[in-house]
Design a protein around this ligand. Structure first.
Ligand code: 8Y4
Length: 277
């Protein structure tokens, strides 16, 4: 229930919010590298104040069609931010990466969790993750980021996601990662149509049988755009609704952009669920 994240504690005794911190260069902002870095740190501090239990720091855009980032560029983006956040925050940070070199440097800099959309399938990632001795989130993805949305296809999306995650849990266990250090994620939007995403959310509780805490990311994703006709920045209400539905179906952690709004919504859900005020 309580995860040791490189010295900081993540208590999963009740549902938690993971705040998203992108440290990819913003081509629309003229702030320059250091101003952008300061803005990222301020945003993380705000998310902690708003009730986030963990901050997910990512330096590689995982959006469909995004260009790949070199190891050095990713290190230059995320490591200085993680070093500062280790000092400034009480809550842990996770590192959103698939690269073993970035995992290692990030944990050395203070990161307390590895969030890998590639589920430790990159060469050397699994071996490295074992040594680092922090919790890992294994996410399902069909295909590769550049082409995964071209024609996603499943016989049964719940079964296929479940089989994939079961296999990755087994691979991690075999390599020596303790069961309590493994979280799983169905990977909303990663090689899935709207119908696949809705089926996964509808039946999310089926994934509880895997025996690992569930982490889900639905925040501002295109499925919410399809359903509402809104641009990403206007998807806050849809994102909060989706997060709430996920927690009702057993999610332990929701990965979100809008921390304050999601934390408020979860307080209502918790009060109603616990039959107390
Ligand atoms: C607007 C903003 C539209 C962001 C789309 C997006 C997940 C994840 C991502 C997830 C876990 C994203 C790194 C995609 N999604 N990690 N990462 N689970 N564990 N797109 O669902 O946020 S990036």
């Amino acid at each position: 229930m309580k995860l040791n994240c490189n010295g900081k504690i993540l208590d999963l005794g009740s549902p938690r919010v993971m705040g998203i911190l992108n440290v990819t260069p913003d081509s629309f902002s003229d702030g320059g590298r250091f101003l952008q870095r300061d803005a990222a740190i301020a945003q993380a501090v705000q998310m902690e104040q708003d009730g986030a239990a963990i901050i997910d720091v990512g330096g590689e855009s995982t959006r469909p069609g995004a260009s790949p980032v070199s190891v050095q560029d990713e290190l230059d983006r995320v490591i200085p931010v993680i070093e500062i956040l280790r000092e400034r925050l009480e809550i842990p940070v996770s590192v959103d990466t698939s690269k073993p070199e970035v995992m290692a440097a990030a944990v050395r800099a203070g990161a307390g969790m590895i969030n890998d959309v590639n589920a430790l399938r990159s060469p050397g990632a699994l071996e490295r993750a074992v040594e680092l001795n922090v919790p890992v989130c294994l996410m399902h993805m069909q295909g590769q980021p550049d082409t995964m949305q071209q024609a996603p296809e499943y016989e049964n999306v719940l079964d296929e996601v479940s089989v994939f995650l079961t296999e990755r849990i087994a691979a991690c266990r075999k390599q020596g990662i303790p069961k309590q250090y493994i979280l799983v994620d169905p990977g909303f939007g990663f090689g899935k149509t709207l119908a696949h995403n809705l089926e996964l959310l509808r039946r999310l509780q089926d994934l509880q049988k895997l025996g690992c805490p569930l982490l889900v990311g639905l925040s501002r994703k295109s499925m919410l755009g399809t359903l509402t006709g809104r641009e990403p920045e206007q998807r806050v209400a849809a994102s909060v609704a989706a997060a709430l539905l996920a927690v009702e179906r057993g999610a332990s952690i929701v990965r979100v952009h809008d921390v304050a709004e999601t934390v408020d919504a979860l307080k209502i859900l918790e009060a109603v669920t616990r039959e107390q005020t």
